[in-house]
Ligand binder design. Structure first.
Ligand code: HEM
Length: 472
């Protein structure tokens, strides 16, 4: 992505050769920053020279990038009908087929309704489904010695819990080598799919060796898990209100291939986002010992040594809630997203000499929105936006932040797994701090300013350095 704020409204052909030269330099720098795992830091440097909504050149076309809450609200909510997902659907299909993440219009509406009903049913669960997986995580941590990287363990936890939630029961075979094979193929396919999505219309140019094989592996396994789960439920039927997510999907759509795709869509949404949140939460807690101590006291007071954590416990821990809010502010797992204009329209701000007038957006134009940069704006979050300060969420300081805080998206496509992700992350944080009260940073880990560390950007953001700790 490269900018041309000075060329606002200009036709690409009219750009002078010096501007084109500069754009090429910026693109080259962008690729280098990506290789060095500093892509968002590169964007930060670049966006700092622009207004919060600016014209940019994205892959040969002109579009906009915005960090203005008013514009993001229009894109995702008040003018939802004017925008669509664009080429992302095609770019992701090889990996996850046809489901809520790749659909727009009527097909999306239908998927959303079917999945929403399933998530609503789960809201009333008392978090029992997480326990077995959390205890497996604690067992693994108990057997590790020396420096432990928590990050891969969080990916395994979120994969296992999401699979179990969808299929209705633990998948025994998944615990062992199949789980590892599946995770490996899933990682490889997500990494490549992330780049394909960023390539927009030119996604098909990027399909390195092994990509289609990895997609085929995850599709094959998911298909088999789905068939096994449905068969088990047929052999020992349960009361209708206890039927699993998968059998509800199957009831709605008898085509097993579509059921498989919908499962993959939920998996891609649920696994990496929650794992990255957990990893960044510990990254920040261990670099801010006062925050960790306050949280430890809250856990001690509310749950003590109780291992069976339920929703009522979590609801009595406002500081834990603030820690997660603040983690998701600094490191939203979906940092930058894009929508494409369906019909020529205007966005509320970004036009005119002072950028406060409506902005014309033509049919077909991409509008990227950076939640990552918006959530670090000084004018929205005060003079210390890079500080990890959970207390900022107390009282009235951010009471009117509205669309200025958006880790879960907003409007009709608001994340369906928000409650699931937050509850799982809360329980995992509590259990780890209960079990390892002396947890500390591994020797040699640096206390860098948030955003300057190396980051891994696939479809989601994660820490390229992992989360290395000593467990005590
Ligand atoms: C901290 C954890 C999570 C974060 C920050 C998060 C964030 C998001 C974001 C930003 C989107 C919008 C993507 C887009 O439209 O381009 C989204 C959508 C979605 N999320 Fe999450 N998510 C989280 C956890 C989960 C979990 C655990 C699940 C499922 C188990 C899930 C299921 C979904 C689904 C199904 C959608 C698609 C909604 C739609 O398009 O209508 N998410 N999530």
């Amino acid at each position: 992505m490269s900018s041309s704020a000075s060329a606002r409204g200009a036709n690409p052909q009219q750009l002078s050769s010096s501007i084109i030269g500069r754009l090429l330099d910026i693109m080259k720098d962008g690729f280098r920053a990506g290789r060095e795992k500093k892509l968002l830091a590169f964007f930060t440097e670049h966006f700092n020279q622009l207004s919060p909504t600016a014209e940019v050149k994205i892959l040969g076309g002109i579009g906009y990038v915005t960090q203005d809450p008013e514009n993001i609200e229009a894109l995702l909510s008040t003018q939802f009908q004017d925008f669509h997902l664009g080429p992302r659907s095609m770019a992701m299909k090889a990996m996850i087929g046809d489901g809520i993440f790749t659909q727009d219009g009527t097909a999306w509406k239908h998927s959303r309704e079917v999945l929403r009903r399933q998530f609503m049913r789960m809201q009333y669960q008392n978090l029992k489904g997480f326990r077995e997986h959390l205890e497996t995580l604690i067992e693994r941590l108990n057997t590790s010695s020396g420096v432990t990287d928590l990050q891969p363990m969080f990916y395994r936890l979120t994969l296992d819990t999401t699979i179990a939630m969808i299929l209705g029961q633990p998948v025994e075979s998944f615990k062992h080598e199949i789980g590892d094979l599946f995770s490996k193929a899933f990682d490889q396919a997500s990494l490549i799919t992330g780049t394909r999505v960023r390539l927009g219309d030119m996604y098909f140019l990027y399909s390195p060796r092994g990509f289609f094989k990895a997609c085929e592996t995850i599709k094959r396994y998911t298909y088999q898990f789905a068939i096994d789960a449905l068969q088990r439920e047929e052999e020992s039927p349960v009361e209708s209100e206890k039927t699993s997510f998968i059998s509800e999907l199957h009831r709605d759509n008898q085509d097993l291939q579509l059921v498989r795709d919908q499962v993959l869509n939920v998996l891609i949404a649920g696994r990496d986002t929650t794992a990255a949140t957990l990893s960044y939460a510990f990254h920040l807690l261990l670099r801010n010992p006062n925050v960790l101590e306050t949280l430890r006291c809250e856990i001690d007071t509310v749950v003590g040594r109780e291992k069976d954590i339920n929703r009522a416990h979590i609801q009595q821990m406002p500081y834990l809630h603030n820690v997660l809010q603040e983690t998701l502010r600094l490191y939203p797992p979906v940092p930058i997203n894009t929508r494409f204009c369906r019909r020529t329209t205007t966005l509320p701000v970004g036009g005119g000499p002072d950028g406060r007038s409506p902005l014309l957006v033509r049919e077909g134009m991409p509008v990227a929105y950076s939640v990552y940069h918006m959530q670090r704006r000084k004018d929205l979050y005060g003079p210390d936006p890079l500080a990890f300060r959970p207390e900022r969420w107390d009282g009235s300081e951010l009471a009117s932040i509205g669309w200025g805080y958006l880790p879960f998206n907003g409007g009709p496509r608001l994340c369906l797994g928000k409650d699931f992700g937050l509850m799982l992350a809360s329980c995992a944080i509590v259990r780890i701090i209960q079990e390892f009260p002396g947890i500390k940073l591994a020797p040699g880990e640096v206390l860098e300013e948030p955003g300057t560390e190396r980051q891994h950007l696939t479809l989601t953001l994660s820490n390229a350095q992992g989360c290395k700790v000593i467990l005590e």
